[in-house]
Write a protein that binds this ligand. Structure first.
Ligand code: HEC
Length: 195
């Protein structure tokens, strides 16, 4: 903008421009939580579960006979990759859920929580979200170590518990409104948190 033009801009327009700039600030963030969740966490967790599911024994653990050296190497690599995604989540600063206009899944369905709801949950306690993301990172470091040791007895339970690590954060920050009902279902055995 040419400096000479500035004086022609009415004061009100300047105010409007400033406040608009503030609203658009999230567009400048490098990554949103939603992007980390969809493009990193979810896809990388699927890779981990795919290896685990292919080697399930009848106790829902890992059958070492079904794991090749390559499977163990891949499990270790995908675990470390998910660990990095969790660190990306933990280190978001500021934590912005979505860019303007982006909707999260289920946002439009009855009782579906919106991006603004999630943002409000996080703004109340951002450190709590970071702690849970770091807990996921630590869980994945443990799984990577078990995979490096080809230790099915350690790896199996860690893969089984992974879903619970995701769910703990989702219940707190994504859909806390459904916490009570989901906990009730779990207590009544209607819902299995490990499934
Ligand atoms: C530290 C908190 C946290 C952890 C841990 C976490 N999530 Fe999320 N996740 C969220 C929040 C907050 C949302 C809601 C915002 C959104 O939908 O993008 C979400 C939403 C999602 C969504 C919906 C994305 C969409 O399209 O809107 C998926 C899928 C998901 N998470 C998968 C996972 C999986 C799989 C794991 C575990 C491996 C996991 N998440 C762990 C916080 C977390």
């Amino acid at each position: 903008m040419k400096l000479t033009g500035l004086s022609l801009i009415p004061a009100l327009a300047l105010v409007a421009a400033c406040s608009q700039q503030e609203e658009e600030a999230p567009q400048d963030v490098e990554l949103t939580l939603h992007e980390v969740m969809k493009n990193e966490i979810d896809v990388r967790a699927d890779e981990v579960w795919a290896i685990g599911n292919a080697a399930l024994d009848d106790q829902a653990g890992i059958d070492p006979d079904l794991m090749s050296d390559e499977d163990w190497t891949n499990l270790a690599a995908h675990s470390l990759s998910l660990r990095q995604a969790a660190i990306d989540l933990a280190t978001l600063d500021p934590i912005i859920v979505t860019r303007p206009g982006v909707k999260i899944v289920d946002e439009g369905v009855p009782f579906g929580d919106s991006s603004a709801d999630v943002q409000a949950n996080i703004d109340k306690n951002p450190q709590g979200m970071r702690d849970m993301a770091n807990a996921l990172a630590a869980h994945m470091a443990d799984l990577a170590a078990a995979a490096k040791d080809h230790d099915a007895a350690r790896a199996g339970p860690l893969i089984n518990q992974l879903d619970g690590v995701c769910e703990t954060c989702h219940l707190e920050y994504w859909y806390p409104s459904q916490k009570e009902i989901i906990e009730q279902y779990i207590n009544e055995g209607v819902l299995d948190p490990a499934s």
